[in-house]
Design a protein around this ligand. Structure first.
Ligand code: SF4
Ligand code: SF4
Length: 457
């Protein structure tokens, strides 16, 4: 018999009543989008903050231009040609324009609406469609694919200079040949831990951990650090095995049908466990679960069965007491605000509170810490030239601090910062905030049975 969820509904019957709209609305409500367009004063205050406009210096690549393009599309004055598609694809969804707009225009929603139209009626790259439909939705296929990539990286690509002829193969899969590739892990995060990890003694709460693809496949060390902190603070951690990709790359590309399937799969996976909270260590994944599932995909409020927190937000709210020095070598650390944690979730203080509380960390602010790094999830793969220029500015701010480490709160930013630092010949190490905190807690048991684990050191 399937377990009852907290709301008293049977987990297996959830699909029918998970959404408050029967069909995905391509515009997230046409009236809403038209109302956003009418709010635009054409003042141009969004131009100076748009990282893409600042590089392209072309109105049609800035926020005001995207509003005008979306308006022309809705009024039928513009078709879904390659010029339109390209310009709409160059938005990072960084939300800088939304923050700066005196009229409160949700440019991010307008761009997503236009992309949904492109996905529905325009030309959409076959490779992306294949990845959405056959890899992300069938989560079980991802680990073998990522392990194959890990093998190729270690056996073939490692050590090849950018000029190597073997690298000509990379553009065939839409990867720039001189890019520093993210290194896939040989063993995923989910393979390293059991579904449930318990603390010593009676748990304070039962916490669901949303792992996310980048943490699972590329940065298991981040997920392991997060679980170590949570368990050390006395929380029982559950990583539901049915969880899949958050769907961000899918719905930000315009595919709301497949994204709704992913959101529904995640809702079912988490509701099967009687959780008090869900914790995420990926800014974009957290924004999806906290806000976009409901706002963009029409998932019912509370469908995940528990409130969602970013890991820093959760630790500060429920667990961060004074830390005893652990004899670690001092290090100067600066912090980069991920757009989807800062402007997306309004979280800027919590990661800084953690960094300031860590005894071996000397925290130093960088200039324009909230400026987008140019990663933007898949943006840096599809628009690498723009990503390189935007990223170059960011790593200039990092270098000016003199910090040896740059901490952030999103695996996507970590990949971009890592690539940009190496590309610009800078030595800074890139870490997630929780990795600096983890050494203050007892390591998780070597054997990963669901038995009691350690507490704070
Ligand atoms: S979300 Fe960012 S990249 Fe997109 S239009 Fe706004 S400022 Fe520009
Ligand atoms: S800042 Fe807002 S109102 Fe002004 S042009 Fe940009 S979107 Fe329109």
């Amino acid at each position: 018999m399937k377990p009852e969820t907290k709301g008293g509904r049977k987990a297996g019957a959830l699909q029918l009543d998970l959404f408050h709209t029967a069909e995905p609305d391509r515009y997230g409500s046409l009236e809403k989008v038209s109302a956003e367009i009418r709010k635009c004063l054409k003042c141009g205050a969004c131009r100076a903050v748009c990282p893409v406009f600042c590089e392209a210096l072309d109105e049609s690549y800035g926020a005001r231009g995207r509003v005008a393009l979306t308006e022309a599309l809705l009024e039928g004055g513009l078709g879904l040609g390659p010029g339109f598609t390209h310009r709409l694809s160059t938005c990072l969804n960084c939300k800088s324009c939304v923050e700066a707009c005196p009229s409160g225009v949700a440019v991010d929603d307008l761009v997503l609406a236009a992309r949904a139209e492109i996905f529905e009626k325009g030309r959409f790259p076959w490779l992306k469609k294949f990845i959405f439909r056959h890899l992300l939705k069938r989560g079980r296929l991802l680990p073998p694919v990522s392990k194959t990539i890990a093998w190729i990286e270690r056996k073939i690509l490692k050590g090849l200079p950018p000029s190597s002829p073997y690298r000509v193969l990379l553009p065939a899969v839409k990867v720039d040949r001189d890019r520093n590739l993210p290194v896939f892990a040989e063993k995923t995060m989910m393979e390293r831990l059991p579904e449930t990890v318990r603390p010593e003694g009676e748990p304070r709460m039962r916490v669901g951990f949303f792992v996310g693809c980048a943490t699972n496949l590329i940065f298991p060390r981040v997920g392991l650090a997060a679980v170590r902190v949570l368990v050390g603070e006395g929380f029982e951690v559950v990583m539901p095995r049915g969880q899949v990709c958050c769907g961000v790359p899918v719905y930000t590309a315009g595919d709301r049908v497949d994204a709704r399937d992913l959101a529904a799969a995640n809702a079912r996976a988490f509701r099967r466990h009687d959780l008090d909270a869900i914790v995420v260590c990926c800014a974009s994944g957290g924004l999806a679960l906290k806000r976009d599932y409901e706002r963009v995909l029409g998932l019912e409020a509370g469908a995940l069965g528990a409130p969602v927190y970013d890991i820093s937000e959760f630790v500060v709210e429920f667990g961060l007491d004074a830390l005893e020095p652990a004899g670690l070598e001092s290090v100067t650390v600066t912090y980069h605000d991920p757009c989807h944690l800062n402007r997306g979730q309004g979280q800027t203080e919590a990661p800084r509170r953690i960094l300031e509380a860590i005894p071996h960390v000397a925290f130093v602010e960088m200039e324009e810490a909230d400026r987008c790094c140019g990663g933007g999830g898949t943006f840096s793969f599809s628009h690498y030239d723009l990503a390189k220029e935007i990223g170059r500015k960011k790593v200039g701010f990092v270098a000016a601090t003199g910090a040896a480490v740059v901490a952030t709160s999103c695996p996507s930013c970590m990949m971009q910062l890592e690539d940009m630092l190496r590309r610009n010949g800078l030595p800074q190490r890139v870490v997630h905030v929780v990795e600096l905190l983890a050494p203050y807690y007892a390591p998780l048991g070597a054997e990963t049975a669901a038995g009691p684990q350690g507490g704070r050191k």
